[in-house]
Design a protein around this ligand. Structure first.
Ligand SMILES: [Zn+2]
Length: 368
C-alpha cells in the first residue's frame, strides 16, 4: 500500500491576519466574486476588515449568514447563493460547522474554498472532510472531498477574543490526535486518504501532543485575558494545523468513534466536539490497556485545562445501561474508525471502557 500525506495548499496565521485575506487569495490566483459564509459574530467583527481587504485585492464579495447547523438544507442554501452571485470562491468564516458547510458547498460547485476559523475549537479547518448533522444535531454522515482547502487563514487576535471554553475544546480534539494517529500507524491501517501514514504526519501528530502539554495552560490564560502571546500562537497552530494534518494523514481510531456514539445521547448535546473527544480518548486508552503513566499524563493535562474526564462532565451523570448500550452500538457501527484498533472491538467492550474511564476520572478528580 502507498503512503499518502495531504494538507491545505497554504496556511497563514497571526495577529490581524484577516487584513491580508484578499492579498493571500490573490497570491494563490483565486478569482472572485467571493461568497463569504459567516457566523453571526465573525460577520459583526470582521465585515469592515473584509471590505477593505477584498477591495484592496480587487475582489467583490457578498456575505451569506450561516444558518447555525451544517445540514444538507444549509449546504443547499449556500450553493443557491453562490450560484446566484456567480461566486468564483467560497470563504468560510466561523466555527467548525460554518467551515464544514462552506467546504461542502464549494466541493459540490467545484469551487476553491478558503477556511478562516474564528475559534480554535477543532481540527476541522485544514481537512478535506465535512461532518453533516441532522436538524436535531446528531452526526448524520461524513463527506470526503477531493482536495483540502486552498487556503486556511487564522487570525489569532480574533481567536483571543473568543470564549476560553472553545479553545479548551480544541485542545480536547487535538489531545486525541497523537494517540489515534499512533494506533493507526502501528496497525498499518489506511488513513483518511486511503494510504498509509507517513513519518511526516506522525511527527506532526506527536508535536501536536507536545505543544498541548507545554503551551496549553498558558494559552488558556492568554485567551482569558483576551491577548495574543507566543504560547497562544503555538497552541492555535497545534489545535488547527498539527492536529488537522495529524488526524487526516494518519487516521482516527476509538476516541472519535466513541465521540460519535456519545452524540446519540441527548444529555451530551450541550457539550462540544472536543470535550466529547477528550472523554472518548480516555475510553480509548483504557480499552487499549495503556500504561498508568500515559493515562495519568492525559488526565493531568485534561483536568489542568478543564477538559471532561467523567460522564457527569459530559452531561451523562446517572446514564443507564440501556443508554450506554446505544452509545456503544453507534460507536462500533461497521464503518466506524474504532475498527482501526489492533483488536476486534465489540459494543460490550466499549460500554465497559466508558464505565471504567468514568471511574478512573472520578477517582482522579477526588484526589485533586
Ligand atoms: Zn475531531
Amino acid at each position: 500500500m502507498l503512503s499518502v500525506f495531504c494538507s491545505p495548499s497554504r496556511y497563514t496565521q497571526g495577529q490581524d491576519a484577516t487584513a491580508r485575506l484578499g492579498e493571500e487569495m490573490a497570491t494563490l490566483g483565486l478569482e472572485g466574486p467571493a461568497l463569504v459564509v459567516a457566523g453571526r459574530s465573525p460577520a459583526r467583527m470582521l465585515s469592515q476588515v473584509w471590505k477593505a481587504s477584498f477591495g484592496d485585492a480587487g475582489f467583490t464579495h457578498e456575505v451569506h449568514p450561516f444558518g447555525g447547523e451544517c445540514t444538507l438544507a444549509e449546504i443547499a442554501r449556500i450553493k443557491d447563493r453562490a450560484t446566484a452571485c456567480k461566486a468564483g470562491v467560497i470563504v468560510g468564516s466561523g466555527g467548525g460547522k460554518v467551515l464544514d458547510a462552506a467546504r461542502a458547498a464549494a466541493a459540490d460547485l467545484r469551487l476553491p474554498v478558503v477556511c478562516c476559523p474564528t475559534v480554535a475549537s477543532s481540527d476541522a479547518p485544514c481537512s478535506a472532510l465535512s461532518v453533516i448533522y441532522s436538524e436535531a444535531g446528531v452526526v448524520e454522515l461524513f463527506r470526503i472531498y477531493r482536495r483540502n482547502p486552498d487556503l486556511v487563514l487564522v487570525d489569532t487576535r480574533v481567536i483571543a477574543q473568543g470564549p476560553p471554553r472553545l479553545l479548551v475544546a480544541g485542545m480536547g480534539d487535538a489531545l486525541a490526535t497523537w494517540f489515534e494517529a499512533k494506533t493507526c500507524a502501528d496497525g498499518r491501517v489506511r488513513n483518511m486518504r486511503g494510504g498509509l501514514s507517513t513519518q511526516t504526519a506522525l511527527t506532526l501528530a506527536e508535536a501536536c501532543y507536545r505543544t498541548l502539554l507545554e503551551d496549553g495552560a498558558d494559552a488558556l490564560e492568554a485567551v482569558k485575558a483576551k491577548v495574543v502571546t507566543p504560547a497562544l500562537e503555538r497552541l492555535v497552530e497545534a489545535n488547527t494545523l498539527l492536529s488537522g494534518i495529524g488526524f487526516e494523514s494518519s487516521g482516527l481510531a476509538a476516541a472519535h468513534a466513541i465521540h460519535n456514539g456519545l452524540t446519540t445521547a441527548r444529555g451530551t448535546r450541550d457539550f462540544l466536539h472536543g470535550e466529547k473527544v477528550a472523554f472518548g480518548l480516555l475510553c480509548q486508552l483504557v480499552m487499549e490497556g495503556q500504561a498508568r503513566s500515559v493515562v495519568e499524563r492525559v488526565l493531568g493535562f485534561a483536568t489542568a485545562v478543564g477538559l471532561p474526564v467523567t460522564l457527569a462532565e459530559i452531561g451523562l451523570a446517572g446514564v443507564t445501561q440501556a443508554e450506554l448500550g446505544l452509545i456503544a452500538q453507534r460507536a462500533t457501527a461497521r464503518e466506524e474508525t474504532i475498527h482501526n484498533e489492533p483488536f476486534e472491538v465489540t459494543a460490550v467492550m466499549v460500554s465497559d471502557a466508558i464505565r471504567a474511564a468514568d471511574a478512573i476520572g472520578r477517582a482522579w478528580k477526588s484526589r485533586l
